[in-house]
Every structure is written in C-alpha cells, then in structure tokens.
Ligand binder design. Structure first.
Ligand code: SF4
Length: 369
C-alpha cells in the first residue's frame, strides 16, 4: 500500500439528532459506543505505522463519547502515531466538559472544529440543533486555557426563513471569538432526513447566492482568506491541512462506519450500518476502481475549489490521452474569466469558484468526447 499520511475517524454518535443531518449517526448509547471504540482501536492497530500528517476525528459528534471512551481512543492513536502535525476533533459545545478538553490536549489534539450553524435561537429550533452561544463561548475559553488555539466554527446559510441580516449577525458574532478558521455551508435537503420527510424547502437560489456573497465580503474585509469555496482562514497557516489533503487529491484512510478511503485508484466506503461495523459483517458499502477519466475529473473537481494553482503536469506524465481535450476546454473557460490557465498551471478565479458546478460540467463534457 502507498504511504498514506491522512486519517479520518468517524464517531457515529450524537446526543441529539438535527433535522437536516444525513451523516452516519445514531443517538449516543454507551454500550454500542464501547463496541465502536473497540473496533476502531483494532483498526488503528492494524494500520501501517508510518508518519501521519493529519488526523481528523469527525462524526456524528466525537464529544458525545464519555471521557473514558475518548481517553481510550486517543491513547490508541497516540500509541500508534507520535507528533501528528494537525490533529483535529469535531466537538459540540453542549457535550463538552473541561476534563474532556484537557484530555484532548493531553493526547495531542491541536485543532477543534465546532458546529454552530447559527446564533439565533429561532433558527436553531427549526434545525433541532442546540449550540447555545453562552456554552460556545465557555468551551472556546476552556480550549484556550488548555492551550488549543486553532479553532474553527461551522455556520450554515440558506436555512428556512433565515434572512441575510441574521446570517451576517452569526458571522460577526463568531468573529468576536477570534477563530482561526470558519467553514460556511449552504443547507442541502436530503430525502432521508427530517427536513426531507417534511418536504421543507430551502431558500431560493438567488437569496442563497446573496448570503454567500455577503459572507465573502464580510470575512475578506475582516482579513480572512477565502482559500476554498466554503472555507476562510485567518492566515494561510490556519488552512485546514486535513481538508487540503482531500482538495489536493491525496490518498487518505477512513475508519469507522460510513468512512471513505482512497488509495491510488481504489476507493472504498465502509458500511453505514453501525452494528455491521462492530460485528465486521458486510464491511463495505462501496468499492470502486477509478478509471483514468474518473481520476482526472476528480482531481480537477477538488483542486478547482482552492485558490492555489493546480499543477497539471501529472496529466502529460500519467494521462496524456486527455491533454488535448482539456487544453481546449480550459482555454474556453479561461476566456469566460473562470480560471487562469497557463499550462501546466491552472487556478480558478473567484468567479470560477462561484460557477464551479458549471465549470466541472464543461470539463466532464469535454472528456466524454
Ligand atoms: S448535524 Fe452533527 S450534531 Fe447534528 S445530528 Fe448530524 S452529526 Fe449529529
């Protein structure tokens, strides 16, 4: 196996279930969580023990675990890999205690990602989410006291009945806490969620576009770098190194139910069924051998999300059959102002990132010919 430097672990538990959520998750149950942790530890022990650049524990909500469960999991990671450069954990402020925060710090966690979504109670009630601002501030303070200063908040826009002013207030409220990073996500309504079942409609596309632009204007004026479609960093050093590995199309391993991995041209996704995962039954929900065309499209699709240049010299080395068509379409798209293209360097413009979906469709159509 290639040397993989990026690891994702999925903790499929939450203390409550949000109305829009399509992640693999279940209400926290101590016995089942013990079994998942045991299984994860076995998987961690079975991983090759090379140096790990980034580790990201997401979910679900890792902070829904008990202190003892968190300790066991983090110990097994620390026993396996020392000095992980960026070690992130997603937390829900409502689940946190000072002891859990100290435990994260003790085991090398150096970055936190907190789901906030919005600061208005009426919107949180619609989402069935429960991050209360007072608790968020307290947990942020605990993080600083324990020495974890790299903190990212997630906000959502395009929520039912949400106004631009409310979204801007949420952003400004977060900025007062001086985060190193912010991720902003548009609400998508998936059929298999409470919102999907209730046939809730998102806000119209135009309003969603205004909200997105408002976020870009507000945060860039405040000095944040809009380095990826949905991500803003206080300085380039605070970009999410783990997520950059996905956008740079690096290999990664995912452990836990529903977690995906990509190594070379192989991609697989673990079963979403938590019981199957603990029992090692029907382990994979998907296993794909990527074609050359898949790899070229995915590489561009991920790389064009970033404001950094993509080096296309891999094309002539590994996939020369696509060079001609790509060259043609990239010159056309460059004329639309969606990218700067000077082979082998390609970088999307802010306009190109706004029209990323159309940009990728053009590339896919060109490669299909
Ligand atoms: S959005 Fe996060 S906290 Fe809410 S149910 Fe999904 S994983 Fe759990």
């Amino acid at each position: 196996m290639n040397h993989v430097e990026h690891l994702y672990l999925h903790i499929p538990f939450c203390t409550h279930i949000c109305a829009y959520c399509d992640f693999v998750k279940s209400r926290y149950h101590e016995g089942l969580a013990d079994q998942v942790i045991q299984r994860l530890i076995e998987d961690i022990e079975g991983c090759p023990s090379h140096h790990l650049k980034t580790c990201y524990i997401g979910g679900g909500t890792p902070s829904a675990l008990s202190l003892q469960q968190l300790e066991r999991l983090l110990e097994s990671i620390q026993n396996k890999w020392r000095n992980i450069e960026e070690f992130s954990v997603e937390i829900n402020p409502e689940d946190m205690t000072y002891e859990k925060m100290a435990c994260l710090k003790k085991h090398g966690v150096n970055r936190l990602s907190m789901g906030v979504q919005a600061v208005q109670q009426r919107l949180l009630t619609i989402l069935l989410a429960i991050t209360i601002l007072r608790m968020l501030k307290k947990v942020t303070q605990w993080a600083h006291e324990c020495g974890i200063n790299n903190i990212s908040y997630d906000l959502m826009y395009g929520l039912p009945t949400q106004t631009i002013d409310e979204f801007k207030t949420s952003i400004l409220e977060m900025v007062t806490l001086n985060p190193t990073h912010l991720s902003l996500y548009a609400l998508t309504i998936e059929p298999n969620t409470a919102f999907g079942r209730q046939k809730i409609q998102p806000v119209d596309n135009e309003l969603e576009g205004f909200m997105y632009q408002c976020a870009i204007d507000t945060l860039t004026q405040l000095g944040y770098h809009h380095y990826e479609v949905s991500s803003f960093a206080k300085s380039y050093d605070f970009r999410s190194q783990h997520n950059l590995s996905y956008w740079r199309y690096k290999d990664f391993i995912g452990l836990g139910p529903g977690a995906a991995s990509k190594v070379g041209n192989q991609r697989w996704t673990n079963t979403r069924n938590i019981h199957h995962y603990t029992l090692k039954e029907n382990l994979l929900s998907e296993e794909v051998s990527l074609t050359h065309q898949d790899i070229v499209i995915e590489h561009l699709m991920m790389g064009l999300r970033l404001d950094e240049p993509l080096d296309l010299s891999f094309l002539s080395k590994e996939y020369p059959e696509f060079e001609g068509q790509l060259n043609e379409v990239l010159n056309q798209v460059s004329d639309l102002g969606w990218c700067y293209y000077d082979y082998p360097k390609l970088v999307s413009t802010p306009l190109g990132r706004l029209f990323l979906h159309d940009f990728i469709v053009k590339i896919m159509e060109a490669l299909d010919h």
